[in-house]
Write a protein that binds this ligand. Structure first.
Ligand SMILES: CC(C)(COP(=O)(O)OP(=O)(O)OC[C@H]1O[C@@H](n2cnc3c(N)ncnc32)[C@H](O)[C@@H]1OP(=O)(O)O)[C@@H](O)C(=O)NCCC(=O)NCCS
Length: 446
């Protein structure tokens, strides 16, 4: 294998019981004809194993790695040293996987913060609870900070894993079922036009439309290559082309595509007859409502479902009967981890003037300290080391991440005993300071 970046097990802190039990390799995802392809391919299979997915065929692995290369993903594999028991999975298959890529995060008022996105975290059941995850994640967060990044992000399979590493929930999403029968009526009128298109056009159109969302939506994260493949039906969740996928485009009044929905019919055996949204991306309020008008007008369908709907959804307010929406499963979506408090706070714009001294604790010792944040309510915010000053609020780094995009109220966190209000009214002052111009929502899973 050509030039892998090898870190010692000690570097990632894995317990070795006195022996060199594991080797860690960090390497870029590579495409089919690269000499290191087999290492990347074995890594993809290990991720599928970790998430209880099917064994992947060669075509799926090749497509996945092509997409990973486009995202410039860095893959980490942890390998057992020495022989493995006869018939067991070979030593070339990692016992743990971890990947990162860098994408912009919209942090409110159009500002973008380059962030370290963590994904594909698995540890094989027979090697779990040996500190492998702790080793991988602490080494990676330190490395990202050393590279000058102020933020890391992930989406979590379970709610109990990542708080200990300083990640806090920063956005939410929910699943909705929308009754598109006779009571589905939206107030107002179509502002643009919607037309059905061949889903293949989304290979080209989807990234351009998503860029519009990325510019205007706090909490939005730049999308990985996979999304345009998924939206266009080029790749389904099973890795094969999904020929059930259909699409419609929204055109602004000037005729420019500024929204799309891709969707699939669940089949005549599934009652009520249901259209599932695969991806709904709207670059303007008008595009969002017009696309829902279109979805509500599809014949032979009783309901439309969407698993990535915003919690604070204009649809409910635009419907004449808001009870057309049956919402369930509000869940955490984006988890953020601040790596550099001064950088992260300075990067934000604050809509109101104010001053707060924040005492931030960090269990990993990466970003703790006390800072004075002073905003003039305009473009400038001053963030200064305030060691020795009496804080207004004391909070964990994970809680600062939760309030950072305005989607979690510091008042609620104070009521929960997570944030300590040391000067009266400080939590409400923080709520006003961290507010963003529209509800944070992230349409990018990774
Ligand atoms: C979650 C997973 C990666 C943990 O890996 P691991 O190597 O066993 O974790 P570690 O041994 O480094 O544990 C680190 C800490 O997290 C805790 N922890 C790990 N997994 C946990 C879980 N599922 N729930 C609660 N706590 C967990 C450990 O108890 C340990 O706590 P401590 O250091 O405070 O004592 C592994 O169990 C796994 O692959 N699960 C299936 C795939 C998955 O859910 N991946 C996460 C995708 S977001």
């Amino acid at each position: 294998m050509a030039d892998p970046k090898v870190e010692t097990p000690e570097k990632i802190g894995v317990q070795n019981y006195g022996v060199q039990k594991y080797t860690v390799q960090r390497f870029p995802a590579v495409e089919h004809n690269h000499p290191d392809y087999h290492r990347s391919a074995a890594w993809v299979q290990a991720v599928s194993h970790g998430f209880h997915q099917h064994r992947r065929d060669d075509d799926y692995v090749a497509k996945t790695l092509t997409a990973y290369q486009a995202d410039k993903r860095e893959l980490t594999g942890v390998y057992v040293n020495g022989p493995v028991p006869r018939h067991a999975m070979g030593p070339e298959v990692p016992v743990a996987t971890y990947a990162t890529m860098r994408k912009p995060l919209n942090i409110g008022f159009g500002r973008q913060l380059e962030s370290n996105l963590v994904t594909s975290v698995t540890v094989r059941g027979t090697h779990r609870r040996n500190g492998i995850l702790r080793g991988m994640i602490t080494a990676d967060l330190e490395g990202a900070k050393d590279d000058g990044l102020a933020m890391a992000a992930l989406t979590a399979s379970e709610g109990t894993i990542y708080g200990r590493f300083g990640f806090g929930v920063a956005t939410f999403e929910r699943s909705i079922k929308v009754d598109t029968g006779p009571r589905f009526r939206l107030k107002g009128y179509m502002a643009g036009t919607v037309e059905v298109a061949d889903p293949a056009v989304l290979l080209e159109v989807a990234p351009t439309v998503f860029d519009q969302v990325q510019r205007v939506t706090p909490g939005s994260i730049g999308r990985q290559e996979y999304y345009r493949l998924l939206a266009s039906g080029s790749i389904g969740h099973d890795g094969k082309p999904d020929t059930a996928v259909r699409c419609a485009l929204h055109y602004s009044e000037s005729g420019v595509p500024d929204g799309y929905v891709s969707y699939r019919f669940k089949g005549w055996d599934s009652k009520p007859y249901t259209m599932e949204i695969v991806d709904l991306v709207a670059g303007s309020n008008a595009a969002y409502l017009d696309l829902w008008r279109f979805l509500g007008s599809i014949d032979l369908v009783d309901q439309v479902t969407w698993a990535e709907a915003p919690v604070d959804d204009p649809l409910g307010w635009a419907l004449e009967d808001p009870r057309c929406i049956d919402a369930s499963e509000v869940r955490d979506m984006l988890w953020l981890r601040i790596l550099d408090v001064e950088e992260a706070l300075s990067a934000r714009k604050y809509a109101t003037p104010g001053r707060l001294v924040l005492e931030v604790s960090d269990p990993l010792g990466l970003a703790g300290g006390t800072w004075a944040l002073e905003s003039d309510g305009g473009t400038a915010a001053l963030v200064e080391d305030a060691s020795g000053l009496t804080p207004d609020l004391s909070l964990d780094i994970a809680d600062l991440a939760s309030i950072y995009l305005g989607a979690v109220s510091p008042v609620t966190l104070a009521a929960a005993g997570r944030v300590l209000e040391r000067s009266s009214g400080a939590a409400f002052a923080a709520q006003r300071l961290f507010a963003v111009e529209r509800p944070a929502h992230c349409l990018t899973h990774f």
